[in-house]
Design a protein around this ligand. Structure first.
Ligand SMILES: C[S@@+](CC[C@H](N)C(=O)[O-])C[C@H]1O[C@@H](n2cnc3c(N)ncnc32)[C@H](O)[C@@H]1O
Length: 185
């Protein structure tokens, strides 16, 4: 794991909460790298539910899973992550968000605060006791800063008797390095 790499860092922490046979969610499937990471760790009895608004993203995710022989462990939804509770029954062990826009795709289909906050609330509803929500935020693109602030505000209001929130951020670099938020239920 390299702390210069926010995705690798999120995988490092999330992997500690994964259990074979668990139900988990990738809230932002994108090109499928996080979905593949989750599917690999689950075992045959587990299930990944992966969401994206772009068909193109889900096509990329499906192709990556097929290349790795893991399509059968994943359900893909062309739907907003705000609908997680309508699609996935509790208890969910892990929910991963990798916010922003699809690398190599349309920048105007980036995640946005309103949907992200609704999805975080929905994730909280279905999260297992002892499970974790992981959120990577990117403040360097238009709208990214306000989304990061919205995530920070939502996290800081969570009941400390029920949740522990950790934020990992790089302190000595310029150009808006990404941040990682971990919410343990
Ligand atoms: C940074 S990318 C995700 C990268 C991905 N996890 C991977 O491993 O390649 C963010 C994705 O969120 C998707 N997205 C934006 N708004 C969304 C929403 N409301 N619900 C679900 N996905 C959304 C975008 O289409 C984009 O593919």
């Amino acid at each position: 794991m390299d702390i210069n790499d926010i995705v690798a860092t999120s995988h490092f922490f999330v992997s500690r909460y994964m259990k074979p046979g668990a139900v988990v969610v990738d809230a932002t499937a994108g090109n499928g790298y996080d979905t593949l990471f989750l599917a690999r760790l689950l075992g045959e009895e587990g299930r990944v539910h992966a969401f994206d608004l772009q068909k193109h993203a889900l096509d990329n995710t499906r192709a990556l899973l097929a290349k790795n022989g893991l399509e059968h462990r994943v359900s893909l939804y062309l739907d907003s992550h705000r609908n997680i509770p309508q699609r996935v029954a509790a208890p969910v062990q892990v929910v991963m968000f990798n916010l922003g826009y699809l690398p190599g795709g349309e920048k105007d289909v980036a995640t946005c605060p309103q949907e992200t906050l609704a999805a975080l609330e929905g994730s909280r509803e279905v999260l297992a006791k002892g499970g974790v929500i992981s959120v990577a935020t990117y403040s360097g693109h238009p709208g990214g800063k306000s989304e990061e602030e919205a995530v920070a505000a939502w996290c800081s209001k969570l009941n400390p008797g029920k949740y522990t929130v950790m934020c990992l951020r790089v302190l000595n670099k310029e150009n808006n390095p990404p941040q990682l938020w971990l919410i343990k239920g």
